[in-house]
Design a protein around this ligand. Structure first.
Ligand code: ZN
Length: 174
């Protein structure tokens, strides 16, 4: 025999659970998440990311605080073979694996505005089943410019010849 208070609590939890289930089942789950998402967006009233002038040309900036580990944006573009990538060249190629590369030069690819940072930037790139995502390596504050390390090969070929302007190489803003 349970004490009265414990039985009462149990009944209360189950009746609340029932109400929740009933509400959830009366609307489509997709609609529910869409609603939740738009409510969140309205609440923020600020874009997640914005492109603006940075010390190295254009850059991508956090529109609000982004917690560590957040998948921020996918690096998108035309998927081309490694041979085609060698032919095209350019700064917006992102190698997926030894066979395939993303040509991210399209303007639709906002991730291309993220600039290089020597050492460790506040972001990093990760390959998830051959999709490249840029995620927050640490907590990022609203207004911070997003950066990640492009890697040695890219640095030697594209950045070193004209001089690196990242925060590590040029700590002071001019
Ligand atoms: Zn640098």
């Amino acid at each position: 025999m349970q004490p009265v208070s414990a039985r009462l609590t149990g009944e209360m939890v189950s009746s609340i659970g029932y109400v929740k289930l009933k509400i959830l089942s009366s609307i489509h789950l997709e609609d529910f998440f869409l609603f939740l998402f738009s409510a969140m967006m309205l609440d923020m009233k600020k874009p997640l990311l914005h492109i603006k002038k940075s010390r190295t040309g254009m850059g991508l900036f956090a529109g609000h605080d982004i917690p560590k580990g957040t998948k921020i944006i996918e690096y998108v573009g035309e998927i081309i073979s490694d041979e085609e990538a060698q032919k095209r060249g350019g700064q917006y190629l992102f190698e997926i694996n030894s066979k395939w590369t993303i040509d991210g030069s399209t303007r639709a690819n906002k991730a291309r505005y993220i600039n290089h940072q020597c050492g460790q930037g506040n972001c990093d790139a990760m390959n998830v089943r051959d999709h490249i995502f840029i995620y927050a390596f640490r907590n990022i504050k609203e207004g911070e410019e997003l950066t990640y390390n492009y890697g040695e090969e890219f640095f030697e070929e594209h950045i070193k010849p004209k001089g690196c302007k990242c925060r590590k190489c040029m700590p002071e803003d001019k």
